[in-house]
Design a protein around this ligand. Structure first.
Ligand code: CAA
Length: 392
């Protein structure tokens, strides 16, 4: 039996700001963002869009070509931007998508890493019950604060993947390398909406944990750097992945890559992130969708190495093989149209959207009707979030 990703759908908010506009407003050379961070734009979520609506839109797409949707027996929702301390965001999503009631739903958290735990747990569930399909959803809204160093590395997005014993896109290989260490490089106490971050430490740890997780992966799997054909990295910003790849190539492949060579090797996995921004748990797998959608070569049979990093910190390196005929199961056109159809906003609108807040005292509140995809957070009533399907 093989186990892997049967389908993948991505989604991001309908508003976007060009980082050149942000740079001008902050008195920064735009090249710092465009070149130094390798980011061009970031998606901005309005108040009626949250991880539930982002995730539901991605999942709606991921489920479109999946036969036997009733076989979805588990939904695992991975997020750093949870909407409730107790109730799993996936239960709202389960309802919005009209999934069957004989299903388990749970939420996972570990910064940007939990989507990978979700994928691995999903694969284990399918190994136990091969007729079972698991819907893995990862969604986040990255917020660091206006005028902070982290501001240009915000963004938002969601990815949904169906994991099953009928993978059409990627077969997951069984070995993983892991690394965990108690570290304060990025965290968000329960009373805060913006992350706290030691940016330089986080960037150093991203690379140091990559080396440790890869070392563990190669010793468990026997797979060496040279045996990997394609690479997907967690993407806080694209330059981070380029630097990480150059380090991996040098340390484990004995190859010194110039920056443009590193970009050429991982390039298509970066395309979507460069114009969406960081989406924490979703970022690595939006990178996978980006690679599959945008690389014009036939990638069938090629091995992909995945590096997942969640500050705090946990890292995991694992791999998969791209399936024959994967192209016909992708949602490339839909992804591209949705990204191209976003509304460009200026600095004032961005700051206005950023400052909009839901009440925290449970009072009745109707959210402003900003552009969204197929689902909207209508408002709050008696401390309860109310969602609706709105069509596109
Ligand atoms: N032209 C071209 N490049 C320029 C430039 C210019 N005019 N000005 C600066 N640069 C370059 C710098 O040289 C630097 O590149 P190198 O690192 O290759 O030298 C790059 O632009 C960034 O400049 P700084 O390091 O000065 O930027 P900063 O200190 O203002 O902020 C940051 C950068 C620390 C990443 C900050 O954006 C941040 O804190 N972001 C959030 C944390 C983060 O994303 N961490 C990533 C690893 S942790 C993780 O992955 C988990 C997660 O998702 C959060």
């Amino acid at each position: 039996m093989i186990i892997g990703i049967e389908s993948i759908g991505i989604y991001t908010a309908r508003y976007v700001i060009d980082l050149g506009v942000l740079a001008d407003a902050r008195g920064v050379d735009p090249a710092k963002y465009y070149v130094g961070l390798g980011q061009e734009m970031m998606s901005i979520a309005p108040l009626n869009e949250d991880v539930v609506t982002l995730g539901a839109n991605a999942a709606r797409l991921a489920l479109e070509k999946v036969a036997a949707r009733e076989a979805i027996g588990t939904v695992i929702f991975a997020t750093e931007t949870g909407v409730d301390q107790s109730k799993a965001a996936g239960i709202y999503l389960h309802n919005l998508l009209g999934l069957g009631c004989n299903c388990r739903v749970v939420e996972l958290k570990q910064a940007c890493y939990s989507s990978t735990a979700a994928l691995q747990f999903a694969a284990a569930l399918v190994a136990r019950q091969p007729e079972h399909k698991v819907l893995v959803v990862a969604a986040d809204i990255a917020r660091y604060g206006l005028g902070t160093a982290g501001e240009p590395t915000q963004g938002c997005g969601a990815v949904a993947m169906v994991v099953s014993s009928e993978p059409k896109l990627v077969e997951l290989e069984p070995h993983s390398g892991m690394y965990t260490e108690d570290l304060m490089d990025f965290w968000r106490p329960n009373y805060r909406e913006e992350a706290l971050v030691d940016g330089k430490l986080s960037a150093r740890m991203y690379i140091s944990v990559l080396e440790k997780a890869f070392e563990d992966y190669r010793s468990r799997s026997g797979v060496e750097f040279k045996d990997i054909d394609e690479f997907c990295y967690h993407l806080p910003f694209t330059r981070m992945a380029e630097k990480a790849h150059a380090r991996l190539a040098r340390k484990f492949g004995g190859v010194v890559l110039r920056p443009e060579e590193a970009v050429a090797q991982i390039g298509h996995s970066l395309d979507y992130n460069r114009i969406i921004g960081n989406s924490y748990t979703a970022a690595l797998y939006i990178g996978l969708a980006s690679l599959l959608d945008n690389n014009e070569d036939d990638l069938a049979g090629r091995r992909i190495g995945f590096y997942s990093y969640g500050s705090g910190c946990v890292g995991e390196y694992f791999s998969g093989r791209i399936m024959e005929g994967y192209g016909e199961w992708l949602h490339t056109e839909h992804h591209r149209e949705a990204l191209a159809g976003r509304v460009n906003i200026g600095i004032e609108e961005y700051e206005r959207l950023y400052r909009e807040k839901l009440p925290t005292d449970g009072s009745e509140f109707i959210t402003p009707k900003h552009r969204v995809g197929c689902y909207s957070l209508v408002g709050i009533c008696d401390h309860k979030r109310i969602y609706e399907s709105v069509g596109e």
